[in-house]
Design a protein around this ligand. Structure first.
Ligand code: ADP
Ligand code: ADP
Ligand code: ZN
Length: 209
């Protein structure tokens, strides 16, 4: 099944995509992770992306569309995938329609005040990218998966968070209507606890599998 995880920054797309991908044995394609890896490696794409990401803006459509098109052509995508963080604009969704067939779009719904708390408390592992929230860490400063240091993402600082939410409402939220019209949209309450959200997504996907 080819699935899109839609939803604002901090909705839990990455957290849930990782669990659902493990359960369904399909790859998680996170454009944010791909861009952060490129930044770390200092590639041309990474350097270009950094100037946008640090301001909380979207990287240009042509850059990200090429990346996703190439990734979806790889062998491990043959039995399905979850797109986590793509598409984020209507032009990206239109481009995706030319090279992929989407079966289901999960829209994780969470209010803005909760998102601000989730994003400003998010901590990620420098090495493996595992994601935590301050409220779950009880003062721990290292990754329970690989033991490395946990950091705050640059774009999770307070100033940038508000900008990202604005960008979401202006540029990404229109995709809700885009996929509703196609009959692919499924809204899931993302403000529930981790496990209830996970079960709700599985049920939504199973109900129409
Ligand atoms: P979050 O998980 O908080 O929603 P991501 O890790 O998905 O954030 O993305 C981080 C940043 O990477 C975005 O704010 C944006 O600058 C860039 N980015 C990721 N995916 C896309 C995309 N599909 N189009 C444009 N920019 C993107
Ligand atoms: P996204 O990929 O949509 O930006 P993440 O999966 O990175 O979102 O989650 C954002 C933050 O919220 C992280 O700190 C994560 O630990 C936390 N989080 C995710 N899902 C939940 C949930 N259901 N309840 C409480 N906190 C959550
Ligand atoms: Zn780690």
């Amino acid at each position: 099944m080819n699935i899109i995880f839609l939803g604002p920054p901090g909705a839990g797309k990455g957290t849930q995509a990782q669990k659902i991908c493990a359960a369904l044995k399909i790859p998680q394609i996170s454009t944010g992770d791909i861009l952060r890896r490129a930044m770390k490696e200092g590639t041309e794409t990474g350097l270009k992306a950094k100037s946008f990401i640090d301001l909380g803006q979207l990287v240009p459509d042509d850059v990200i569309i090429d990346i996703v098109k190439e990734r979806l052509a790889m062998d491990d995508c043959k039995n399905g995938y979850i797109l986590d963080g793509f598409p984020r604009t209507v032009p990206q969704a239109e481009a995706l329609d030319t090279f992929a067939t989407i079966d289901s779009v999960i829209d994780l719904e969470v209010d803005d005040q909760v998102l601000v708390d989730r994003l400003s408390g998010r901590r990620v592992c420098v090495k493996c990218g595992a994601t935590y929230h301050l409220s779950m860490l009880n003062g721990a400063v290292s990754c329970t998966v690989c033991g490395e240091e946990l950091i705050q993402r640059n774009d999770d600082k307070a100033e940038t968070v508000l900008n990202r939410l604005k960008v979401y409402h202006a540029q990404t939220a229109p995709l809700i209507g885009y996929y509703e019209k196609k009959g692919l949209l499924h809204k899931v309450d993302g403000a529930q606890g981790l496990d209830n959200t996970y079960q709700a997504i599985l049920k939504t996907l199973g109900a129409q599998a």
